[in-house]
Design a protein around this ligand. Sequence first.
Ligand code: FES
Ligand SMILES: [Fe+2]
Length: 385
Amino acid sequence: MLDPRDYYIDENITEALALHPSTFHNPEFLQKELDTIFSHSWLFVPQRAEKEMKKDPRPLAEVLQEAGSYFEFTLFDSEPLFLQIDTDGFAHCFPNCCPHDNFPLRTDKCGTSKFIKCKQHGRIFSCAGKFIAHPGFDASNGKQITKGAGSNLKELPLTRWGPFFFIALGEPFAKLQHMPTYPLSSIPDNRVPIGNEEEVVDGNWKQHVRNYLDYFHIAEIHAKSFAKVVDINSYRTECNPHSVLQWAYARNPAHGFDPHELPRRFQDPNHPEKRVYALWDFIPPNFASNRYPWGYSINVWMPIKNNPAQTRLYRYHYVTDAEKYKKKDEIWKDEDVNQEDIDAMREAWRGAKSRFASRGTFSPEKEQATHWFHHWVYEMMFEKY
Ligand code: FES
Ligand SMILES: [Fe+2]
C-alpha cells in the first residue's frame, strides 16, 4: 500500500520536494498510475505504423471513413483496444476482448467487415457493439449471455481532434478540448514519416515528461544543438490549469515564425524584430504538441505495464511549410535534440536507481513547469482518484 504522505508535493514551489526517486522504478507506483492517472485521462491513439503506411499511405482518419472499418491498437504494451466505425458512420472504441472468453475480437491491424465476429467461438456483434447472436446460446439461456461483462461491448469515451483520436479507459478528468493552449485542429493531417516514429527508450515516462518541461537541461544537454539557436533568456513558461506552454525567441529572427502566424502577445513591443522559435504545448499526462515554423512535432511518452524502467516514445511530424521542413535538422535541430534527450534520460534513470538518490527541490524562478507536473501527478494519484 502506497502511503500518500511519502509522495506529497507541496503546491508552493518554495516548499515542495520533487517526487521520490522510487516513483521512477517502483512497479506498484506504476500500477497505481495506470489505475488513476491513465484511467481518467485522454489517451492518444498511436498512428498507424510505418510498415502499414507503406501498404496504404492514407491517414488513419481517412482509413476509418468507411462503414465497418476498424483499427486495432495496444496501450501500455498490454491494453488491447480497437476503433470501430458502425454502419451509420459513427466511431466507437471497444476493448479488444470478447465478453464470452476474452479472445481478441480484432486479430488484424485494420480492415472492414459488416459485423464484429469473434474468431474463437463465433459470437457476433454489430459494428456499434450490440450483441446479435452466439451459436449454442438461445433465448432460453440468454441469462448466460448477459452475465459477467453483459451482452453488448463496453463502449469507451472517444474523441477525434485534428488528425488524432484520443480515448479514455474511464471518465476523463477534463474535456480534451479545454486542455491545450492551442487547438489541435490547426494541425494538418499530412504526417510525414520519419525513421523512428515509435521506439522503446530507457527511463520512466515521468522522467521523460519532466525533461520535456525542464528549462535547465537546455544549456547542458542541448549545449551543442538547441542552446545555440534559441535565445535562452527569452524562455517563457506558462502553467495553465490543464496544460503547460513553453516558448522562446530564436537567436536568429530568420528562424522564427512570421509575426502574423501567431497572436500579438508573442511579440515583444520593445524588440519588434524578435521572432518566436517554437511553441511547446504539453497536455497531461503524456502528450506534447510542438509548433515550429515548419509544422508540428508530436511527442507521446507511453508507460509500459510492469516496466517502469522504460517508455514507449511516439514521434510524428505534420508539415505546414515543406521548404522549411527540409531544414528541420539544420535549423531546428530535430534529430539531435531528440537523441540527446533519449541519451540523457538513460543516464537520469541510472542516477535515480542509486540507493543515495533523494527527493530534489525546484528553482522557484526556473522550474515552475517541472513542479507543476510533479504536483499534478501527486494530485491525480492521491487526491483526485
Ligand atoms: S471468446 Fe469470443 S465467442 Fe468465445
Ligand atoms: Fe530536451
